[in-house]
Ligand binder design. Structure first.
Ligand code: SAH
Length: 314
């Protein structure tokens, strides 16, 4: 099978059967590190909604995980006109995670629905967030001679074939979802934020990786039991979105984006009513999200808007 087919099988099995997030899980994502992440994203979305539209819209998250980002975004914008005007659509294929999301989010908003894909979004303006979603989408890998890398089984072991260095990756699934989002925004209005770790140069080698218990493991080692991902090719995503005629911004580094949105000020405010231990957590969370040595530069943020006004943070 192709690397893409393998990845797709692994990812769907993994999210259906594991509790991947947090200390006890396999990895930790930005919204699980600090509430500031989801709060600032909520404010960003509300700000664009207010200045561009101020009417009925869909608030959509693709791959919401445990629903933490959405919970924090909704809390930060509570009792607002934005809330009254949005219907929430969560795109999630894992039934187990849908359950977690329902439990945590149903108290926060009266209109939430779940979908497997973006195919049947209502014809309304779309405000969309994708954090660490595109890295889970399948990639194809090619060797120097342009031959596609495959995965073969031999007895009970998996191996790559043919041997050789991977010089190029492609993610047709990512491109198609990106286009779908950008086309919707171009047609009906709205904005999207895509946040992930990845690269902005077009040449890149093998970025397939797997993580279990916060450690890297060989991608073929524990199929479906480790979190298998690939780096996101932001240049290709950007071009795919731009082709639809929508406006594309970034990618900027996550640290820059969050600082421009006032992450530090928010942390200082949170510290005011926090205990010593909590203050340490707030500041180390901020550091983790924004420092170049941690998630600040590896993670990048891309925005799509329907109008040409430069959004905050870009
Ligand atoms: N955004 C969350 C979770 C990231 S993990 C966070 O930042 O914590 C990836 C998420 O995408 C999981 O919720 C997983 O179940 C979901 N997912 C993976 N592949 C998907 C697909 N093809 N369609 C819809 N959801 C998918």
């Amino acid at each position: 099978m192709s690397v893409a087919e393998y990845m797709e099988l692994c990812v769907s099995h993994y999210y259906a059967n594991n509790n991947p997030f947090g200390k006890e899980g396999d990895f930790i994502t930005a919204p699980e590190i600090s509430q500031i992440f989801g709060e600032l994203i909520g404010a960003w979305l509300q700000n664009i909604w207010q200045s561009s539209l101020d009417g009925q819209a869909i608030l959509c998250e693709v791959g919401p995980g445990r629903g933490t980002l959405m919970r924090d975004a909704l809390r930060a914008t509570k009792n607002s006109e934005f809330h009254k005007n949005i219907d929430i659509c969560l795109i999630e294929t894992s039934h187990a995670l849908r359950g977690v999301q329902a439990e945590r989010l149903q108290v926060t908003h009266p209109r939430i629905s779940w979908h497997n894909t973006l195919d049947n979004l209502p014809s309304m303006p779309l405000f969309l967030i994708a954090n660490e979603f595109f890295d889970a989408l399948p990639i194809r890998q090619y060797l120097e001679n342009n031959e596609e890398r495959k995965i073969i089984t031999n007895e009970n072991t998996l191996s790559f074939s043919p041997d050789g260095k991977v010089t190029r990756e492609e993610s047709p699934a990512s491109v198609s979802i990106m286009k779908q989002i950008a086309e919707h925004i171009k047609k009906y209005g709205g904005a999207a934020l895509i946040i992930d770790y990845g690269y902005t140069t077009t040449t890149h080698g093998d970025s397939l990786q797997a993580m279990k218990n916060h450690k890297y493991v060989e991608p073929l080692q524990e199929p479906g039991e480790a979190d298998i991902t690939a780096h996101v090719d932001f240049t290709t995503l950007k071009n795919a979105a731009a082709e639809t005629g929508s406006h594309v911004w970034g990618a900027v580094e996550q640290g820059t984006f969050l600082n421009r949105l006032g992450a530090e000020l928010r942390a200082i405010n949170l510290c005011k009513s926090a205990s010593d231990t909590q203050q340490k957590e707030i500041l180390s969370g901020l550091e983790r999200l924004t420092s170049p040595h941690q998630m600040g530069t590896l993670f990048k943020v891309l925005a799509i808007t329907s109008d040409g006004n430069k959004p905050i943070g870009f």
